[in-house]
Design a protein around this ligand. Structure first.
Ligand code: FAD
Length: 396
């Protein structure tokens, strides 16, 4: 089998992989970024919604923005509406064009000097003396397998990371640890063009929610995510989605359909081992309450890129050295993921009656921020007994 050598090999060209690859390449490392699909960013497995915190990572480029969102409407089972963000505010979030966005991030990695190979899948890892030393890859275009040696392997290969598992990092998820989703891209529908909309209730999406994210004109992402442990024959996410879409948009047209899963179980116990780091969905860096992971993936990738560069320069690829990455991302947003998990466990086990009661407590309340923290804060203020478990995190 042919052999190659790089300083860093990054598996997966989603946001986590492309940002890590760019950071490492910018500092002069020899980086290979591989993606098994033939088009980066396709297929889309995402609602494509992000808050305006995205500006911390990239300069907004209208080419990959479909819509600037002014706020969100959340509907309880009895259709009580909770509004986040006021009409006078500027954009508080965006609906992205993920194929263009992911390609933009990958192009930045390429411009920084990373080598990118599409249609190239990691199917095994190389281990020597307990250290991960590279990956075995299958290149579909050349119909050839190769051994790629690297000082560090970055597992940015998404939910249930294969490279993480092969490196003996526990990335396995139980059904209840996952939100399983189905989404249609629909057109010819009447939508709120400036607000993302969320719908709660056991009939719409048990232990989850349905969403409508505007994509411009008469287009929207219409999706349903439910907890993996309530999914089954005849009541998969796609079954709920078909009913939801039909009720909301009886004459709407479906342009695309996709299914996917998100880890919603809070922080992974380990994101590094000797010679390897996991980033993004591979490291469960997703808000368990919302299922949003794009911005966490990008921030973790920035941290990972920086630590990987230092570890390679110091020629210390040990788990101990790479743990700097683990410590940093946990101290920045580990607690947010823990709170998200507590909030998810609380809200997704409420009856429809209780969800309605919480929504009623927010009627007339203006929440001027598109963030789960702002929403939870208002809820605990008005329902301290019901939300006893969450109170300590929000009221000091
Ligand atoms: C239905 C759905 C809706 C969502 N909606 C939102 C949302 O609105 N907002 C939000 O912030 N988040 C959302 N998410 C979560 C978000 O999509 C992820 O958190 C984000 O994509 C994580 O980025 P990543 O780079 O870690 O992983 P990914 O984007 O999943 O990228 C992983 C890449 O690795 C590649 N890969 C996998 N295995 C291999 C291999 N062996 N070899 C080579 N390549 C490999 C894959 O092809 C993929 O391109 C949603 C997820 C789903 C499923």
């Amino acid at each position: 089998m042919k052999e190659e050598r790089f300083d860093v090999v990054v598996v997966g060209a989603g946001p986590a992989g492309s940002v890590t690859a760019r950071k490492a390449a910018e500092q002069g490392l020899d980086v290979l970024l591989i993606e098994r699909d033939q088009v980066i960013g396709v297929p889309v497995r995402c609602g494509e919604g992000v808050s305006n915190r995205i500006k911390q990572f990239v300069t907004i480029d209208k080419r990959w923005i479909c819509v600037e969102v002014k706020g969100a409407n959340i509907y309880s089972p009895d259709s009580t509406r909770v509004v986040m963000a006021g009409e006078k505010m500027d954009e508080v979030g965006y609906v992205l064009d993920r194929p263009l966005f992911d390609r933009f991030l990958a192009s930045n990695a390429a411009r920084a000097g990373a080598e990118i190979r599409i249609k190239t899948e990691a199917y095994g890892i190389i281990k020597e003396n307990g250290y991960v030393k590279g990956v075995n890859i299958r290149c579909a275009s050349e119909n050839e397998n190769k051994r790629v040696y690297a000082d560090v392997v970055v597992g940015a290969d998404g939910v249930e990371s294969l490279v993480g598992r092969l490196a003996d990092i526990n990335t396995r998820l139980r059904p209840s640890d996952m939100c399983v989703c189905a989404e249609f891209l629909m057109c010819d529908i009447e939508i709120n063009k400036e607000y993302s909309e969320f719908f709660l209730g056991s009939e719409v999406a048990p232990k989850g929610y349905a969403w409508i994210f505007p994509k411009g004109d008469d287009y929207a992402n219409v999706g349903v995510g439910i907890s993996g442990d309530v999914s089954g024959e005849g009541h998969h996410a796609i079954d709920y989605l078909k009913v939801f879409a039909k009720n909301k948009f009886p004459t709407g047209k479906i342009i695309a359909e996709m299914c996917g899963a998100v880890p919603v179980c809070g922080p992974i116990s380990e994101s590094v081992a000797d010679g390897i780091v996991l980033v993004g969905d591979a490291a469960w860096q997703v808000n368990p309450l919302t299922g949003g992971g794009i911005l966490y993936a990008m921030r973790a990738a920035e941290i990972a890129g920086g630590v990987v560069v230092k570890a390679v320069q110091e020629n210390d690829l040990s788990k101990k050295r790479l743990s700097e990455y683990d410590r940093k991302w946990r101290s920045e947003f580990g607690e947010r993921l823990e709170i998200g998990l507590k909030a998810k466990e609380f809200f997704f086990n409420l009856s429809d009656k209780d969800l309605n009661a919480l929504a009623h407590s927010l009627v007339g309340v203006e929440i001027h921020e598109l963030s789960t923290d702002a929403l939870l804060l208002e809820l605990v203020k008005r329902n301290p007994e019901m939300l006893e478990e969450l109170v300590k995190h929000f009221i000091s």
